[in-house]
Write a protein that binds this ligand. Structure first.
Ligand SMILES: CC(C)(COP(=O)(O)OP(=O)(O)OC[C@H]1O[C@@H](n2cnc3c(N)ncnc32)[C@H](O)[C@@H]1OP(=O)(O)O)[C@@H](O)C(=O)NCCC(=O)NCCS
Length: 319
């Protein structure tokens, strides 16, 4: 992807996405080994500052003052882009919202006081709209599903799969992905933090689930189904759900994510044919459509056949 340098284009498509949870700044104790869950770090002569989830800081007994919400500007900004941070900071300051900015290689990230989260998102959306280009529809909150979300998730999955992605033809009756999802919610391999919804203006518009899968004794994630409401497809919601899954999987120390899907779509997230990593698809006929994303702690030297969570293997299971 080419990094955007033009400020006008950047502002039109800043695409703010709220990361789940609350984050704090702490001064890392001298000599203490770095723990998992650190989301950012700055080394200074006086010591090492880290940003990490509040729950993690509490668990480690580290003290903090500022408790922030983490908003990622999903636009792929060039590190050479001039004025993006200033424009965002000015708009937030005008709304009396303080903001700490972190720049990663790909994106800018804002930490705003938790109490100002909703207002900050509104200000960022207004900034995008005011830039004179159409406002992207995919303004979202991504969060773990809650029990009350289930009916909406099943309804959107039925709508997303009403036309079969395999045949391109309308499906008669309830798409089998809906039944699969019901069974995945109830199975032993269900992982709550990997059932993620995208919310737009209070409506659940997208969902992705990953459940426990295995190659021999090695535990991996099996991703799917993923679905977005048809009227909002091609607006970046599916991509945001995929990226959130990868971020969460790395943070949780997962080894890799397997899925069945179109290589043209999933290659953009780093997926490769599973066989190139020694993993055979559950059905040999799936070939290059069965893909794997090796995560930061992928062990290498893996060899065997991938097994999905139980519900995929029941008569009407699909992948
Ligand atoms: C597949 C799906 C989840 C993607 O979500 P989305 O929000 O529409 O996708 P995004 O907007 O993030 O990505 C759009 C990009 O992906 C491409 N894309 C989307 N679905 C694709 C597919 N099945 N094959 C190839 N490319 C695809 C689009 O052409 C577009 O490319 P571009 O950015 O170069 O223009 C969504 O379209 C959906 O629910 N489809 C129906 C159900 C389905 O097929 N699920 C996946 C089964 S494996």
């Amino acid at each position: 992807m080419t990094a955007e340098k033009d400020l006008h284009a950047l502002l039109a498509t800043i695409h703010p996405v709220l990361r789940e949870g609350e984050f704090v700044y702490v001064l890392w104790p001298h000599g203490k080994a770095l723990a998992g869950g650190i989301a950012a770090a700055v080394r200074e002569a006086e010591g090492l500052t880290v940003v990490l989830p509040r729950a993690e800081a509490d668990r480690l007994g580290l003290s903090y003052d500022f408790v922030g919400a983490w908003i990622t500007l999903e636009v792929h900004s060039s590190l050479e882009a001039v004025g993006l941070t200033a424009a965002v900071g000015t708009a937030l300051a005008a709304a009396k919202i303080s903001c700490n900015v972190l720049a990663g290689f790909h994106h800018d990230h804002l930490l705003v006081p938790v109490a100002d989260t909703e207002r900050a998102l509104e200000v960022l959306h207004e900034l995008a709209a005011d830039s004179g280009r159409p406002r992207p529809a995919a303004v979202q909150v991504l969060r773990s599903e809650q029990p009350a979300d289930r009916p909406a998730i099943l309804a959107l999955t039925a709508a997303a799969f009403a036309v079969s992605p395999l045949t391109g033809l309308p499906v008669e009756g309830e798409p089998e992905e809906v039944g699969l999802l019901r069974r995945l919610f109830d199975c032993a391999d269900y992982l709550p933090e990997f059932s993620i919804v995208a919310v737009l203006d209070g409506e659940i518009v997208g969902h992705v689930i990953s459940t426990r899968g295995r190659v021999g004794e090695l535990e991996l994630l099996g991703l799917g189904p993923i679905g977005v409401l048809p009227r909002l497809q091609r607006h970046g919601i599916g991509s945001a759900l995929m990226k959130e899954t990868v971020v969460r999987a790395n943070a949780a120390g997962e080894r890799g994510i397997a899925l069945l899907g179109d290589p043209d779509y999933y290659a953009r997230f780093g997926f490769v044919p599973s066989t190139s990593l020694g993993v055979e698809p559950p059905d040999p006929a799936w070939g290059v459509h069965f893909q794997l994303l090796p995560l930061a702690v992928w062990p290498g030297g893996v060899s065997g056949t991938f097994r999905y969570a139980g519900p995929f293997n029941e008569p009407s299971g699909v992948a």
